[in-house]
Design a protein around this ligand. Structure first.
Ligand SMILES: [Zn+2]
Length: 494
């Protein structure tokens, strides 16, 4: 028989367990919600974009819970993705799931979202050279993860850049060309030009907090970052005669475009761009220009007419969120229209995707999954292009990016003691809640990957999609530049 004190003790113990259980469930639920907010989408959905499925070669291959066998015809592809239907285990709801792949003496680890449920494209490009020695067999091992066995789809990207094609890489800011396309411009260093649009002078924090003093004047930041943008492509073997910076003000391109559309009153003549910095450029960039949208498009027209690029690499206007990035794509398309370029291709890249700045997951040096394009109406590209990077190329890309002073974390940063403790507290809470002590938006982590991914559009089609009814003889009553593909259908058909 249980006496009253024992019963009370048991009641208290059970109540404590109950409270602890409810508290744990609430913490786990909160942690899962924070994680979804971090990645920017519900992981319980398919992430295989239609645009890829329709624009690449797709074949069926056999997959088990232990391996997938890739046929020899895949070896000649520029990139390959295996489509697997994943389901995370119970632990994988709260701990980071991962798929490990190994072929020959090569291996890679692909992080998958916590709580994942749906189809994903797993990049195999880094393992393609290993397939000859492994008889096409890629071993699979999942952590907190399972997938459907049987016949699965292998996506092979065959799009290539010809050796005689002239390439122009356009970057809104110093660092964007390297983040998005270092591997591409190094692979085609003999035929590539790199052009940055702005001075990058809006980023003053790294130049002031490290000294604990007043912020560096924007003019000084501009000088430093323009120098960075002109130096980084040298690491890839591009001569200084093919590297330029138009020196427009950082963070103001969208405002310049709006002012340009409204028409510029004569008494609001824009100031000259810093001629001292423009003078650092090679001959294909005019020395003098003013701070206006018209001047920017004029500059780009001149560059396009002089270089006659077959391939222009620029930010994707439909997936990028940074106003300067969207405005850069618009300026390039306006210049193509003015220059009457009907041939050639635009390769659109993505640095700041609309869904999250945490993409892609996992540490630097890993593979890069296809960006999540679910939930966004995207004009169907003509093709996709992947530039693969070897470990040596990734190391040089790291050097080029780390040389950008805005991305570099300098040790010994002078901070008040209170701020240091606050940072420590913030990191500890992040570690407890998310399992991560640092923000996942670090571009050195996100951008150094074994693939660089591009959406390919013909110049004519891209201009029609981005500029809409302005293409049809400049006679439309609307001055806006539609970025909704639905509103641009008529222009595309025309
Ligand atoms: Zn940028």
């Amino acid at each position: 028989m249980i006496d009253f004190p024992s019963a009370l003790l048991w009641f208290l113990i059970l109540a404590a367990f109950g409270v602890a259980g409810i508290a744990s469930a609430l913490v786990l639920r909160f942690r899962a919600r924070c994680y979804v907010a971090l990645i920017g989408y519900d992981p319980r959905q398919d992430l295989v974009p239609d645009c890829l499925a329709d624009r690449v070669e797709v074949i069926a291959v056999r997959c088990t819970s232990e391996f997938v066998r890739i046929p020899p015809m895949a070896h000649s592809a520029s990139a390959a993705y295996i489509e697997l239907d994943f389901r995370s285990t119970m632990l994988g709801q709260h701990l980071d799931p991962c798929l490990a792949l190994a072929a020959g003496d090569g291996s890679l680890r692909m992080p998958i979202e916590r709580g994942t449920r749906g189809r994903r494209l797993i990049p195999l490009t880094a393992l393609l050279p290993q397939l000859l020695s492994s008889d096409g067999r890629i071993a699979l091992h999942g952590r907190h993860l399972a997938w459907s066995s049987g016949w699965v789809r292998l996506h092979l990207v065959r799009e290539a850049i010809a050796r005689e094609d002239a390439i122009l890489v356009v970057a809104p800011h110093p660092d964007d060309a390297e983040i998005a396309a270092y591997g591409l411009y190094e692979a085609f260093a003999d035929q590539a030009h790199v052009l940055t649009i702005t001075t990058g002078d809006a980023t003053t924090k790294p130049y002031s907090t490290n000294l604990g003093r007043e912020p560096l004047p924007r003019a000084d930041v501009a000088q430093v970052r323009v120098a960075d943008s002109l130096a980084a492509p040298l690491i890839a073997g591009i001569p200084s005669s093919r590297i330029g910076n138009l020196c427009y003000p950082d963070g103001e391109l969208a405002a310049l475009r709006r002012a340009g559309e409204q028409g510029r009153p004569e008494d609001r003549a824009p100031e000259r761009l810093p001629g001292r910095l423009r003078a650092l450029n090679p001959d294909w960039i005019p020395r003098q220009a003013v701070k206006s949208w018209t001047s920017l498009v004029d500059d780009l027209v001149l560059v396009i007419e002089r270089l006659k690029p077959d391939v222009i690499v620029a930010p994707c206007p439909w997936i990028e969120t940074h106003p300067d990035h969207v405005a850069t794509a618009q300026a390039v398309c306006e210049a193509l229209l003015r220059a009457k370029r009907r041939d050639g291709q635009l390769l659109f890249y993505i640095v700041h995707p609309y869904f999250s700045e945490a993409h892609p997951l996992g540490p630097a040096g890993g593979p890069a999954p296809v960006p999540n394009m679910a939930g966004r109406t995207l004009p169907m590209p003509d093709a996709v292009f992947c530039q693969s990077l070897t470990p040596a190329q990734m190391a040089r890309k790291y050097c080029a990016l780390e040389g950008m002073r805005d991305l570099r974390a300098i040790a010994g940063e002078a901070r008040p003691l209170a701020k240091a403790w606050l940072d420590l507290l913030r990191r500890t809470i992040r570690q407890l809640i998310l399992g991560r002590s640092h923000p996942d938006t670090d571009l050195l982590r996100r951008s150094i990957r074994s693939e660089e991914f591009f959406l390919v559009y013909s110049c004519t089609r891209a201009v029609a999609l981005v500029l809409g009814d302005r293409v049809a003889g400049e006679s439309g009553s609307r001055n806006g530049i539609p970025l909704d593909p639905e509103t641009s259908k008529a222009a595309v058909a025309a």
